[in-house]
Design a protein around this ligand. Structure first.
Ligand code: KG4
Ligand code: ZN
Length: 336
């Protein structure tokens, strides 16, 4: 059985994992950079420096937790894109150094394929064809997977990602960064019909979240400054529920359209926003009425992690798809 050390450093999480092919996760360590919270978003220069500081201890912890040594490894896997250039470079350069030092094959993994395969951890194999909704802070994509590593992107966001829109709403409301978890929690006790934020209606299967972001800004700005704090205090739950409802409506409308246009055995919901309770309930419901299997990753594999990179790499290794040491980063890499 091949053992892979996987590294992920595409944004603001430094992560490493030890994965046995075809996808058994022996360890998964994530160091999240909390420093960005005070800026209300990820600062690229700070992120790459933090990766440099953390990459060695995180890799060491992943090896220790798996009770593995460098000599036990059969391959090293690393995210090559999409992501922040300076952040990707830290992981890729480290992985190359290790590959040279230990004469190991290197496998470059697309971050989005990692998210796609995050549901496959520990032997889970969704029935195919599968329709996957990737929803994170940086991406919103609908992907059809027909077999193994063959994916077709059916739709993607034309502007902001769903998680990004939620994070911006959170910032406007003074709820901190990242906003998803707190907005999710507040929404649970709020009135979804308190305010109807606009839903972008696009032909085809693409998404757009910039309109709802602007509309939230104008809506909140209309409230006189001296009344704003009291209004937020009284209605933060209602506004969170109303905002999330619009996001969930837009995501599920396109998902239903894609289901109507194709033939699927299962639906997968992956990426950081897959933790959202309302979104999960809605999609579980859609799958229930259509007799489709529904998969979401285990909690630890929803947000960025290296286990998903190791799982994708394991699939590639089985097909003998390794890369040369000329592998480079591709900050704007696409899935297909
Ligand atoms: O997958 P991820 O870690 O990063 C990217 O690859 O972008 O996703 C992070 C995103 C953030 O926007 C965060 O606010 C959102 O996932 N998020 C949530 C929840 N938990 C995290 N959004 C809605 N509800 C949640 N419970
Ligand atoms: Zn991600």
């Amino acid at each position: 059985m091949a053992t892979i050390l996987a590294i992920e450093s595409s944004c603001d999480d430094t992560a490493a994992a030890v994965v046995d092919a075809p996808g058994f996760v022996r360890s998964s360590v994530v160091s999240s950079q909390l420093v960005h919270a005070r800026y209300g978003g990820v600062v690229p220069e700070i992120a790459s420096r933090a990766h440099q500081r953390m990459i060695v201890p995180v890799v060491q912890a992943a090896l220790d937790n798996a009770d593995a040594k460098l000599e036990d490894l059969d391959a090293v896997a690393v995210t090559y894109g999409p992501g922040l250039a300076g952040s990707l470079l830290v992981g890729l350069t480290f992985a190359k150094g290790l590959a040279v030092a230990r004469s190991l094959p290197i496998i470059g993994v697309n971050h989005l394929e990692g998210h796609l395969l995050s549901v496959y951890a520990d032997g889970v194999t969704p029935r195919l064809p599968a329709l996957t909704l990737i929803v994170s802070g940086g991406h919103t994509e609908l992907v059809k997977t027909e077999s193994g590593l063959v994916h077709t992107v059916l739709g993607r966001t034309r502007d902001d990602a769903a998680g990004e829109a939620i994070d911006k709403f959170s910032k406007l409301m003074g709820l901190g960064f990242p906003g998803g978890p707190v907005v999710d929690k507040l929404a649970a006790a709020g009135n979804r019909d308190f305010y109807r934020f606009p839903r972008a209606e696009l032909d085809g299967l693409d998404f757009s979240f910039s309109g709802i972001k602007t509309s939230a800004l104008y809506y909140l700005k209309k409230i006189p400054v001296d009344e704003r704090q009291a209004f937020f205090d009284d209605h933060v739950q209602d506004l969170s529920a109303s905002f999330l409802e619009a996001i969930v409506d837009m995501l599920s409308t396109q998902l239903i359209k894609a289901l109507d246009l194709g033939s699927y055995a299962s639906v997968c919901l992956v990426g950081g926003v897959s933790a959202n309770v309302r979104l999960r309930d809605r999609i579980a419901n859609i799958c229930g009425t259509r007799g489709l299997d529904f998969y979401i990753p285990k909690p630890e594999y929803r947000t960025d992690n290296a286990a998903m990179v190791g799982i994708a790499a394991a699939q590639r290794l089985l097909l003998k798809q390794t890369d040369s040491l000329e592998l480079t980063i591709d900050p704007s890499a696409r899935l297909a």
